[in-house]
Ligand binder design. Structure first.
Ligand SMILES: Cc1ncc(COP(=O)(O)O)c(C=O)c1O
Length: 401
């Protein structure tokens, strides 16, 4: 931070009212603090909000995505298509299941996996019965990501999935509160996973949630998240008779605590207001930055009926990572935090197979994220705007701003 600057604006900040503490206290008094009634209530509330009939809470979105693979019996010998322009957890969840992530390029206009590139990738790399021409792996699923809360084109991917008889899954980590063609993310009928990490629009510290339409899949998910037990602790408690569980699959401890769920219930009550505030900040950024010739803004397609602005991206029209990093450094000196615009997964050593994804790499190296969160004050928004304008044009900052 520049000496004398009164600003030190973080990239993100979760928003709590303090009322969460009262509900946490109720949970503690009840004595049931893990995978109990408050988790069930949070699941019901997410189900109501998203209109998905079933919601299954987990310890994180990564574990939710792993469970999504398990309930569809995706595992060794299988491939799953996903974008590389995502947080590494997207690919890790596929790997956790023993399957192989196959990275497809994004559309720079949407920041999401490109449907046409997905079709071309399938044509090029798989036989008619969906076996990879080199590895022999069977292609099982497409995992779309609603990156930074921008809905991917779900209907087009549903058509592709139907055409090739593939499972369509949604990594909705960033997308709670966003809508696609007027409908909430989570309502599509595909199995999807939300994150409640503090960088997300609502948070309970850590946590995840699967949503789905199919009762049998939901039941399988509940078994996998709790050590593979055929009957949950809570169900045994409520039964009023002695029930004995059995363990028929290798399960995991992916449970959510009721303390987290209490926070989640309160956060969900605020969700629409939190999104409204993010959209208001983004509108001010959009109006100011549209005047700047040096940067490109993301203008989502018409099917994106509401973008929750989980992150606010800007992209340099010219230059690459060096210029972007220099801008980030200058912003830091002005007391404005920023983050690199999603490092591609396929460039990380653990996933580097030498493939080239032009749009992913080009978008990534020219992009950065600016601070956006519900409690961002008016003067802070103004400061971010001025700092970007100054840093881009190379005008030395005024002392003490
Ligand atoms: C697109 C995406 N998928 C998955 C995850 C993982 O979420 P969690 O931290 O809840 O496991 C994240 C988190 O940043 C993400 O951005």
């Amino acid at each position: 931070m520049k000496e004398g600057s009164k600003y030190n604006i973080p990239i993100a900040k979760p928003y709590f009212t303090g009322e969460e503490a009262e509900l946490i206290a109720d949970v503690m008094k009840s004595g049931w603090v893990c995978q109990g009634p408050m988790v069930a209530r949070f699941e019901q509330e997410v189900s109501r909000y998203t209109t998905a009939p079933y919601a299954v809470a987990t310890s994180s979105c990564t574990t939710a995505l792993h469970v999504a693979m398990l309930i569809h019996e995706i595992g060794p010998g299988h491939d799953v298509i996903c974008p590389s322009y995502s947080f590494v957890a997207t690919a890790n969840a596929i790997r956790h299941a023993g399957a192989v992530p196959q990275f497809v390029d994004i559309d720079p206009a949407t920041l999401n996996i490109d449907p046409a590139a997905t079709e071309a990738f399938i044509e090029e790399n798989y036989t008619a019965d969906l076996h990879h021409r080199k590895s022999g792996n069977e292609l099982k699923a497409i995992l779309i990501v609603h990156q930074i809360g921008i809905p991917a084109d779900i209907d087009t991917f549903a058509q592709i999935a139907r055409r090739h008889q593939l499972i369509l899954l949604e990594d909705s980590a960033c997308a709670i509160g966003s809508t696609y063609k007027g409908k909430p993310i989570g309502s599509s009928g595909n199995v999807g996973a939300f994150s409640f990490h503090p960088r997300k629009v609502i948070s309970c510290g850590e946590g995840g949630m699967l949503v789905m339409q199919d009762e049998a899949l939901a039941e399988k998910a509940r078994v996998f998240r709790a050590h593979g037990a055929s009957i949950s602790d809570f169900a045994r408690h409520k039964a009023g008779a002695t029930l004995t569980e059995s363990y028929n699959v290798v399960g995991y401890n992916y449970r959510m605590t009721d303390l987290q769920a209490a926070i989640g219930v309160k956060q969900l009550e605020l969700l629409d207001e939190l999104v409204r505030r993010r959209v208001a900040v983004a509108a001010r950024y959009n109006a100011a930055f549209a005047q700047l010739e040096e940067i490109e803004l993301i203008k989502p397609p018409a099917y994106v009926s509401l973008w929750n602005y989980q992150s606010y991206p800007i992209r340099l029209r010219r230059g690459g990572a060096e210029q972007r990093n220099a801008l980030m450094q200058k912003l830091q000196e002005e007391g404005v935090s920023s983050r690199r615009g999603i490092p591609p997964i396929h460039k990380e050593p653990v996933y580097d197979s030498g493939v080239c994804l032009f749009n992913t790499e080009s978008v990534s190296e020219r992009s950065l994220f600016l601070p956006i969160f519900p409690a961002l004050a008016e003067d802070e928004v103004a400061h971010v705007i001025e700092a970007v304008q100054r840093c881009l044009s190379g005008i030395p900052a005024r002392a003490g701003v």
